[in-house]
Unconditional design. Sequence first.
Length: 570
Amino acid sequence: MSNFNHQFEKIGDILVHEEIISNEQLENALSEQKVSNEKLGHILIKQGVISENDLVKAYSLQLGHKHILEEEMMTAPIEVVQLVPEDFAVENNVIALNVKESNILIAMEDPEDLAILDSIRKITSLNPIIMVAGQSALSRVIEKKYGAVRQSGQVEDVISNLSIISGDEDNQEELLLSEEEVSAEDAPFVKLVNLILLEAIQEDSTDIHIEPGKENVIVRIRIDGVLTKIMSPPMTSLNGMVARIKILARLNIAEHRLPQDGRMKIRMRDREIDVRVSILPTIHGEKVVLRLLGSGEKTLSLTNLGFPEDKLKIFRKWINQPYGMVLISGPTGSGKSTTLYASLMEIQSEGTNITTVEDPVEYQVAGTNQVHVNEDIGLTFAHSLRSILRQDPDILLIGEIRDSETADIAVKFSLTGHLVFSTVHANDATSTVTRLLDIGIPPFLLGSSLNLVMAQRLVRLICPKCKEEFTPTDSELKRIGIAKGETKFYQGKGCSHCRFTGYKGRTAIHEILEVSLPIKRLIYDNANEEAIKEKAIEMGMTQLRDAGIEKIKSGETTIYEVLRSTIEGQ
């Protein structure tokens, strides 16, 4: 508009002076700012009063900085971009563009943010020269540029610590990822697969999904039970990635029409990770899911599994009994196996023989005899158990009770003076009892053998680095049955530490049903699930939803997590 000198003037005044907004619109935004404490420019964009480009123009007028467009930022060399660590760039929406002598050219949204400039000075030991760019343009450039950094050779030093043992137990071959000879044509796909494996291991994830879409491939990893997108390579890379994974898992690379299953092992300096590979043909191509087992980073102990003191006392009492059955129920991925292994670690001693039958063996526990089920050669749960009975065990862990034959052996084993641990797929503690009756165990045998049934779920923990207090809505409070003002509520704002999810790590919530005499009588009488549940609650059982609410009140998790993991009346 005019040549009036805008330096050091307020952003709102500049926008009014340039006739981009009216005084009235500025007053409205300033009133909202008093409530939300957001930046004025962001409020005006949210209200639809100005565009991102208007804000960039105002910032550049305010302090005399040039503004830069997305296309120009995209030309920044990778070696300059990576001078600023990715976590810092993402959190502060800033990117390095060029280096000249002792200066570093950077693009950022708010040139007045002196804390960011100081940090860049310390990180790079260079003097920052600022260019102003829009928030969403910066986000897009940061995502693309750091994606390119990750796919470049910068991870070679970490990859050199990885080796993969491909194939099954009978036919294994170790491949050192850093030294492997591959053709120039295959090299990009090899690097991409290595990169995905590396990212998943570093994030301590449990699964990797490589999913073909119509135009590109989506790669997601499951962190703390929730899938998170990590990259989206072009569709042309799918066949190369799938072929690479098939080679590592010793699968048929020429077969594209049938599902295939394989395995491999990733060996690092400090741990081994067993990887199950599943390949499924879809309409857009083959989808790959890799399940990472036994990362070996967790210290298995009952004390760090989220048990409140009173529940831990009850659980410990029953796992230290000389005989009977202890069952843990819940859906896939609810931490059942982890709790069972932690129990074994606690009760193992030189005087006991512990044997496990699993499909697959998820953690290797020293001092126990672990049997891996292999149905292809007829080594089923039931077949293994019949042989184990002749191995003089004191404690037996059965990976899962899924049929009447396995259930029958488990019950009889527990009735003949042995302690049996196992898992069952059921919704809660009382439905586990009815599930076993449905499988075909006679009520008098089940009532006599059961010691304890525990239902379990996992909820994500609020990230400690960005935890903040917040006020839930009335409908949320109503759903969890907490009165307004009864307790403080927290959530994670989202930061680089938690990949901007607001959550870091998980804890378990438990519903413990002690099979005491009154409960045994109900089972003998073939009582329905409701009657057993009523009696258990009367005797002090905490239901899953209530256990989750306790975690909300202690500030460990959020309302959303508890509602996501449990259902009302459960």
